[in-house]
Ligand binder design. Structure first.
Ligand code: ZN
Length: 474
């Protein structure tokens, strides 16, 4: 087995710079199209490394693209840098302690995600230039993954049209090529318009929009029994019609988040939810208005790329964690909910041997796991419909750490997270190198992708008239 590669040395050469980038993004957590400081930090690193830059990519003020190399195949490396609301937490601490109460925090590790992806792109750029190779590497700095579906808009805008393959990763409590399914989803706002009236004096003159929302939710709750097991519907009241209980609510809005394992199934489920909304309007004599807020597609797997990435991670070996990392992880594990470690192991179909230290994932999971499926959604799904795509789960957190928790944020600037990030960058760069050096591999990835699309053509889950909810810099 080969266990050196100059592209890994190139990644190591830049590791301090990109650890600093990850830490800087951790310190300025920003959400949903407001990632101005985070994108500026990425821009600075792209300029330093000599990438050709496209600002405002796809009309999104916090999206950026950096390209290097000439001619040849175009390899996309995807990065994200948005945070989550309410998850402020000090890094390196093993109890919940917000930096600022109620403030944002990197609860999905996207500070590592963006910087690690840019480190991979930089190592690849250096390797292309040092060896005079005809190939292009393109870093996609993507905002608003959490709830904003920026990549879906970027795909819709044609930003991936000339890309040959896309490589990405996500921080995780384990090390594996990502073969887990993700769910297609749509966030749809249903607004009901009724008639205001004094709720005691003239109730018969009023028609309640809030009643319509409540009846809609009752309808959706009854539908749950008759949905496919893997489908999900969640809701949030966006507008309950105001605080005055003595006024019949003339308007109310509910957001339904509808998920299904595939796009045709999602479309069918949305049609059923629409009927429920229409029924609620009919029952309450209100008027219903529907608006799609965002949507993403399910991930399409790509076998040739999965095998290539598995080869890359096996050549590199597991993340070189040390005893200090393990001691921190053991302290974090003590704070996790009961069953969290077992649940993580079951999801990845891994049974530890007797006495094995399982504070951190210092092993490599094989392909074709048969784990307990837990699926969320990601806008990488839409990229995977546009071009052959592969992702790594990079081990950056204590085994058992649930996503979107203070424990994830607590890992943010620790040496163990930095090691996992650099490791993931090396796997991505190594996979890209294989694709560039082996045109047959790239061709078979494209064939597998085309065969998938032949069965089910891509249909963007966001309607043409829906624009991204961008925020302009102030
Ligand atoms: Zn994430």
């Amino acid at each position: 087995m080969k266990n050196t590669d100059d592209i890994w040395d190139l990644a190591d050469r830049h590791s301090d710079r990109f650890i600093a980038l990850s830490d800087a993004v951790f310190d300025t957590p920003e959400t949903l199209y407001t990632e101005f400081k985070s994108v500026a930090a990425h821009r600075e690193a792209l300029v330093e490394q000599g990438f050709r830059i496209t600002d405002n990519a796809g009309g999104l003020p916090t999206a950026i693209i950096g390209e290097a190399g000439e001619e040849g195949p175009v390899i996309a490396i995807l990065g994200e840098f948005d945070a989550l609301p309410g998850l402020s937490q000090h890094s390196g601490e093993t109890e919940p302690r917000p930096i600022e109460d109620g403030a944002h925090g990197h609860g999905c590790g996207h500070n590592l995600f963006g910087a690690g992806a840019l480190l991979a792109a930089t190592a690849l750029k250096d390797w292309i230039e040092a060896n005079n190779i005809k190939a292009r590497v393109r870093y996609y700095g993507c905002p608003a993954e959490e709830g904003g579906a920026a990549k879906t808009y970027m795909v819709r805008d044609g930003l991936f049209d000339d890309v040959d393959a896309a490589i990405s990763w996500h921080p995780a409590p384990y090390l594996a090529v990502n073969q887990e399914p993700s769910l297609a989803n749509a966030r749809i706002d249903y607004t009901f318009h009724g008639t205001a009236s004094h709720a005691a004096f003239e109730p018969d003159m009023g028609r309640s929009a809030l009643d319509a929302v409540e009846l809609m939710n009752v309808g959706v709750n009854y539908m749950r029994e008759h949905m496919p097991d893997a489908a999900r519907v969640h809701y949030a009241y966006m507008d309950a019609g105001g605080e005055a209980a003595n006024v019949v609510q003339a308007r109310a809005r509910v957001r339904q988040l509808i998920r299904h394992p595939n796009l045709p199934g999602l479309k069918d489920l949305i049609a059923r939810v629409d009927k429920i909304a229409e029924g609620a309007a009919l029952m309450t004599e209100t008027r219903m208005e529907k608006k799609v807020y965002s949507g993403v597609s399910n991930l399409l797997p790509n076998r040739p790329l999965e095998e290539a990435m598995q080869t890359a991670v096996e050549q590199l070996g597991p993340v070189p964690f040390d005893d200090k990392d393990r001691a921190f992880a053991a302290e974090i594990q003590a704070t996790l909910p009961k069953g969290a470690v077992d649940s993580t192991l079951a999801s990845m179909d891994y049974t530890p041997s007797a006495g094995q230290d399982i504070s951190l994932c210092d092993f490599i999971l094989p392909l074709d796991r048969n784990g307990v499926i837990r699926a969320g959604s990601t806008d990488v799904g839409d990229v995977s419909w546009a071009v052959p795509t592969v992702q790594l789960w990079g081990a950056t957190w204590t085994l058992g750490t649930p996503f979107h928790t203070w424990q994830v944020v607590a890992h943010g600037k620790t040496p163990l997270a930095h090691k996992g990030m650099i490791h993931a960058a090396k796997v991505m760069a190594g996979t890209a190198r294989m694709l560039i050096e082996n045109p047959d591999l790239l061709a078979s990835a494209k064939e597998a992708h085309a065969a998938r699309l032949e069965k089910t053509p891509y249909e963007c889950p966001i309607p043409d008239e829906t624009k991204p909810p961008i925020v302009q810099p102030s």
